[in-house]
Ligand binder design. Sequence first.
Ligand SMILES: Cc1ncc(COP(=O)(O)O)c(C=O)c1O
Length: 336
Amino acid sequence: METIDWKNLGFGYMKTDYNIRAYFRNGKWEEPTLTQDETITMSMAAAGLHYGQECFEGLKAFRGKDGKVRIFRVDENARRMIRTAEYTCMAPPPLELFVEMVKEAVRKNERFVPPYGTGASLYIRPLLFGTGIQIGVKPADEYLLIVFVMPVGPYYKEGFKPIRVIVDRKHDRAAPRGTGHVKVGGNYAASLLSGEKGKYKGYPSVLYLDACEKKYIDECGAANFFAIRAGSYITPDSPSVLPSITNMSLRQLAQDMGLKVENRKVPLDEVPTFEEVGCCGTAAVISPIGSIYDPETEETYTFGDEPGPWSVKLYEALRGIQSGDLPDPHGWVTVL
Ligand SMILES: Cc1ncc(COP(=O)(O)O)c(C=O)c1O
């Protein structure tokens, strides 16, 4: 058996022992099957390849000090995939099927769940797409749900460091009545050029504004945006933002810590008044933002080279629950 250098893992694909698959065929979901095959055989006329009937999820499992494996908020990822499938006319997987397939994929690959204390975790990628042959533009009649997993390294190898962000006024990742609120692959295709341009200019992440007025903050790369000001946790309410499960959890923790939670439109003009800003998502939990550059006004708003105290507190509280170091008062964790 190969040995894995847990401390030096990045975020990338790695073959593990098994993946688990279930087909929706003839109007119903079939029993999931385990396989060691990393490939898929399907028609070149499959709807998922042509008309974007494809979506995915991303969640993590963590090894605790007690050796047990904990999966974070798997039911919420199931609900989000169901909403995405419904919005794109795909067969929504039943919540219990999704949760059971995730648990089985983790169990069957348990040796890939990184040890406690390495900062690494097991990333779980559920994927749903239309395999049914469909050349006319309409929904497919056959779908495949696959759950595969891979160990991934800690997001912060050199510590919890704020990032530089640039406002993107030239591209929109999603429109108000489009697909931004669901997790379809097309949203990511729409964001790649913008992200690549940002990186080329030296910014690891771009800040998207609302597509309609270019006035309000939408998302930050593939993560939600939040800010702290005067005892409030502020995060955008927008029809084109993906409802982040991390953000949902941080809002609850912020409230538990006595912060007021403001989920509302956030004008870009408010940025200079914020004490701390960051983005949040499964990959990093929190990425503190050190500065935001707006190419239109050529203004840079700076927030310092160190993460703010609330960002650190919220990060530690969430990581503590995920690893089992802290109690789980909201029942977010599934212990295998
Ligand atoms: C566009 C986008 N926004 C936000 C998030 C964060 O969501 P979550 O916290 O559920 O990972 C993600 C990652 O899944 C994303 O891709």
